[in-house]
Design a protein around this ligand. Sequence first.
Ligand SMILES: Cc1cc2nc3c(=O)[nH]c(=O)nc-3n(C[C@H](O)[C@H](O)[C@H](O)COP(=O)(O)OP(=O)(O)OC[C@H]3O[C@@H](n4cnc5c(N)ncnc54)[C@H](O)[C@@H]3O)c2cc1C
Length: 466
Amino acid sequence: MSGAGAILIIGAGPAGTRAAEVLTGHGLRPVVVDEAPASGGQIYRRQPPGFKRSAKLRYGFEARKAEALHACFDSLRERIDYRPDTSVWSIENKVAFTVGPGGVDRIPFESLLLCTGGVDRVLPIPGWTLPGVYTLGGAQIALKAQGCAIGKRVVFLGSGPLLYLVAYQYAHAGGTVAAVLDTARLRDALPVMPGLLAGGLTLAKGLWYQNWLRFNGIVMRRGVRPIAAEGGGRLTGLRYKNAWGRERHIACDALGFGWGVKPECQLAELADCEMAFDALARQWLPECDADGRASAEGVYLAGDGAGVMGADAAEYRGELAALTLLADSGESTGAARRTYLKTRLRRLMRFRIALERALPYPKGLAAALPDDTIICRCEAVTAGDIRQGQTLQPQEINRAKAYTRLGMGRCQGRMCGIAAAEILAHQKGVPLAEVGRLRGQAPIKPLHIGIAGEAAEDDPDRATSI
Ligand SMILES: Cc1cc2nc3c(=O)[nH]c(=O)nc-3n(C[C@H](O)[C@H](O)[C@H](O)COP(=O)(O)OP(=O)(O)OC[C@H]3O[C@@H](n4cnc5c(N)ncnc54)[C@H](O)[C@@H]3O)c2cc1C
């Protein structure tokens, strides 16, 4: 037995599952909390009870990995304190505040493994709030979890591995994909070919998806610039410029869009982890050493929440962080395995860096968004509002928040924060890092008003911060 004390794992995706496997293997019984009804995370999301589509149909090439991960988690159920359907909405002084089927609760911990994954990286475009517009992840969840398509004639727009994967999954499932529009250009990929080749099988799968789409007659364009999602009351089409600057219109009743994935790191912030600007991903990430230790004592990070590297890396990082936690609590096993995992991760990191360069977030598009584009949809704050507020204030994004209500709504800036920062930085003519980030604030996820009251009654000291 190790002297690790009470351990909390947040997230039961690939990273959280492997972390739990290691800890239970050493006789520990971690609490595992996940807001999803079942384990698996984003990539290996399970279907609701009663749905009977095969793993092959839901996960394609990843079916065996998905089944292995599900089987692993299921085998741990008796040895962990698993709390599905439970959201962690705050962390303070080594206590996690949760809301789940039984109401609010607090989970004190000695060690914390944050395996919170990521969400779609969104770039708002004019018209993106129309019914019929979904993120790529949202479009995929509809298909993967419930076998539904987001529309009868779907356009996919953006860049990143999910773009071609989701388009392939839709077309393969019999959906009509009107076009796949990539904002990245082929010439972005050429200089980083050696790094892309480090992706091995993952790269091969990405190329397969693209070729399959091409051979099946799906319209595919690179180097596009979206102009607007259009429609009166609901989406009817997308206007964009092609690589030669010519304006085009394509009819569709659904749009899936996104530019990769961004880490979910508000809980890391609330757990007092230092954040650092990652110039490549153009995002703020929690600081983390190569073994998975965060800067805050007793906090470990794994998976996409520590920086997006994909599902295989998430499994390695979950295992690595748990082994590190054990080592820090005096266990002497696992040193060779940690070295091996770090070697694997270094290779995947080369691929990740190349991918980010080949399929970049289109920062210029964000900066050039028309003034009337809604950026923060929760509070209806436009690009113009942000620019206007900016003329009054220094270039700090939390000041813009105070003046405009940017990021104060349901998503707490998870969707709009990145684009808003790009707009501010461009307006002020400063590097992106200088505008800072929307600080994580509790509650990080929407709380039902009755639940907020319950939490406040439970702890009057917290009432003002809810
Ligand atoms: C929508 C979406 C779809 C994706 N689809 C694919 C795909 O098809 N193929 C692919 O290769 N990659 C995909 N990715 C990327 C892939 O999901 C990740 O690389 C991989 O799943 C990372 O594993 P993880 O364990 O770090 O995080 P995840 O798998 O994201 O798991 C994190 C878990 O943490 C839980 N969680 C987060 N915050 C809280 C909280 N506050 N309280 C409680 N629980 C919380 C979530 O419910 C989730 O189950 C997708 C990403 C997203 C966002």
